[in-house]
Design a binder for this molecule. Structure first.
Ligand code: KE4
Length: 424
C-alpha cells in the first residue's frame, strides 16, 4: 500500500505537534504502525492522502453515525454559517437544541451545551460536588470520561492503550478523592458509598473505552438504587453511547434514569458540541442561577447546534435503529464466525452498532478481563485489515462503530478481509 504522502506529512507533523497528532490514540502507537493522513470522507468510506480508500469503522470515534459528509448535515451547516458563526450571545437554536434533548432524554430536565465531552463530564462532576457539598467521586476502572485531572485515574481509552495509570501532571490532591471500582461489580460500589460522603458515581452505562463491555443484567438498576440510598448523584456518561445504543441512549435501552447525563459526539453532528443536563434541582445550582461556575466561549455554538439538530432529526426517522441493529449484528456475528473458523481465541461484545473484537477467550465483563486480550495480535489484525481497506479503531481498548451509511455489501467486504487477515 502506497503511504508516501502520509509518511511525508507525518514527518512534518512530528516536528510541530507532539507525536504528530492532536489526540494520542490517532498516532496508532499501540497497533505498531504509523498513522495515515485522511484527505476525504464520503458515506461509509474515507480516503487517505495517497488515494487509499477504506471502509471506516471509527466514524470519528462515534459522532458519524450517519456516515461522512452527509448532504443534509452539510446543508444545515452551510445554512447556519451564512448567518454568522458565533455571537457570544444567546441564539434561538440553542434553545431548540436543549428542548430537543429534553424530549429525547426525559431525565434531562435542564441542559447546558458545551464544546467537548471532557467539558461535559468535568462540569457535571463539579455540579454534583457543589450540589451535595461532598468531594469524593466514584469512577469505573477502565472508564474514560475525558481528561479532567480527577478523572485520569486508571482511565480507559488513550490512557489504557498507552498504559498510563492516571497521568503525569495530575496532582495527588486531584486524584485523592477519586475512588476506582470495577465495572459490573455492585459490592465495591456499595462499599465506596457506605460513608455517605460520595458526591457522584460517574459511569459509561455501556462502556466503550475498555473496548465494549455490556452492563450485566441488574447492574445499572443496582447503581441507581445504591446512589439513591446514599444521596449520591448518578451520572451517566453517554457521550459515546447516547443516541448510539438507542435514540434515547442507554437510559432508554435499559430503562434506568440518571440524575445527570453527559452527551457528546453524535449530538454535535460531527462538529464540536456536547452537553450535560439532568434534574432541575441540581442544574439550578449552575451559574448564573447558583454558586457552581461553568462557562464556555463557544458553548452552544449555533453552527454546531444546527449540525447536531439535523443529525438528531435524521436519527428520529423510522427504521433507523433497526437498520443499525441489523448491520451491527451481521458484522459482529460474522467476525466471531471468522475468528472461530481460524481457531483464534476471541470474544465479540456488541450493543447495537458499537462493538469490539477482543483477542481473548473471554468473557470480557470489565477492564481486568479486557486487559487479558492479546494486544499484539490485535495490532497485527489492525495492520492487515488496514492493508485490506478496512479502517478499525487503532486500539484493542476502543469500540468500533457501524453507521447508517454502511451497506450489506460493505459488511460482506469487511468480513472477507477479516477472514483472510485472521489467517495471514
Ligand atoms: P472528548 O473530550 O474527547 O470530546 O470526550 C471525552 C469522552 C467522554 N466520555 C466518553 C464516554 C468518551 O468516550 C469520551 C471520548 N472518547 C474517546 C474515544 N474513546 C475520544 C477519542 C480520542 O480521545 O481521541
Amino acid at each position: 500500500m502506497n503511504e508516501k504522502r502520509s509518511h511525508a506529512i507525518f514527518e512534518r507533523a512530528k516536528r510541530v505537534i507532539p507525536g504528530g497528532v492532536n489526540s494520542p490514540v490517532r498516532a496508532c502507537r499501540s497497533v505498531g504502525c504509523d498513522p495515515v493522513f485522511i484527505a476525504q470522507g464520503d458515506g461509509a468510506t474515507i480516503t487517505d492522502v495517497d488515494g487509499n480508500r477504506y471502509i471506516d469503522l471509527i466514524g470519528s470515534w462515534g459522532p458519524l453515525i450517519l456516515g461522512h459528509a452527509h448532504h443534509e448535515i452539510l446543508d444545515a451547516i452551510a445554512e447556519a454559517m451564512s448567518q454568522g458563526t458565533t455571537f457570544g450571545a444567546p441564539t434561538e437554536v440553542e434553545v431548540r437544541f436543549a428542548e430537543t434533548i429534553r424530549e429525547i432524554f426525559p431525565s434531562m430536565e435542564m441542559v447546558r451545551a458545551v464544546s467537548s465531552g471532557t467539558e461535559a463530564t468535568m462540569s457535571a462532576l463539579r455540579l454534583a460536588r457543589g450540589f451535595t457539598g461532598r468531594n469524593k467521586i466514584v469512577k469505573m476502572d477502565g472508564g474514560y470520561h475525558g481528561h479532567a485531572d480527577f478523572l485520569l485515574v486508571a482511565a480507559g481509552s488513550g490512557a489504557a492503550t498507552l498504559g498510563i495509570p492516571g497521568s503525569a501532571g495530575v496532582p495527588e490532591g486531584a486524584a485523592r478523592d477519586t475512588i476506582v471500582v470495577p465495572f459490573n461489580d455492585l459490592a465495591t460500589v456499595e462499599q465506596a458509598l457506605a460513608g455517605d460522603d460520595v458526591a457522584a458515581v460517574i459511569v459509561e452505562p455501556v462502556p466503550g473505552n475498555m473496548g465494549l463491555v455490556e452492563p450485566a443484567p441488574g447492574y445499572l438498576e443496582g447503581l441507581r438504587a445504591l446512589t439513591q440510598k446514599h444521596g449520591t448523584v448518578l451520572i451517566f456518561d453517554e457521550v459515546m453511547c447516547g443516541m448510539r445504543v438507542a435514540y434515547g441512549g442507554a437510559q432508554q435501552r435499559y430503562g434506568v434514569q440518571a440524575d445527570l447525563t453527559t452527551l457528546g459526539k453524535i449530538v454535535g453532528g460531527g462538529l464540536p458540541a456536547a452537553a450535560f443536563g439532568g434534574r432541575a434541582d441540581i442544574m439550578q445550582k449552575l451559574a448564573p442561577l447558583g454558586p457552581v461556575y461553568q462557562a464556555g466561549t463557544l458553548s452552544g455554538n449555533p453552527v454546531a447546534m444546527a449540525a447536531g439538530l439535523k443529525a438528531i432529526e435524521i436519527l428520529g426517522r423510522p427504521g433507523t435503529y433497526e437498520r443499525l441493529e441489523h448491520l451491527g449484528k451481521r458484522l459482529a456475528d460474522g467476525l466471531a464466525a471468522a475468528a472461530e473458523a481460524a481457531g483464534v481465541p476471541h470474544v465479540v461484545n456488541r450493543v447495537g452498532s458499537m462493538f469490539t473484537l477482543f483477542f481473548t477467550a473471554g468473557p470480557v465483563t470489565d477492564y481486568a478481563t479486557a486487559k487479558a486480550a492479546d494486544t499484539a495480535r490485535f495490532g497485527a489484525f489492525f495492520r492487515r485489515m488496514r492493508e485490506k481497506g478496512v479502517f478499525l479503531p487503532p486500539s484493542q481498548f476502543e469500540a468500533a462503530f457501524v453507521s447508517l451509511a454502511h451497506t450489506d455489501e460493505d459488511i460482506d467486504q469487511i468480513l472477507a478481509a477479516a477472514k483472510s487477515a485472521l489467517v495471514d
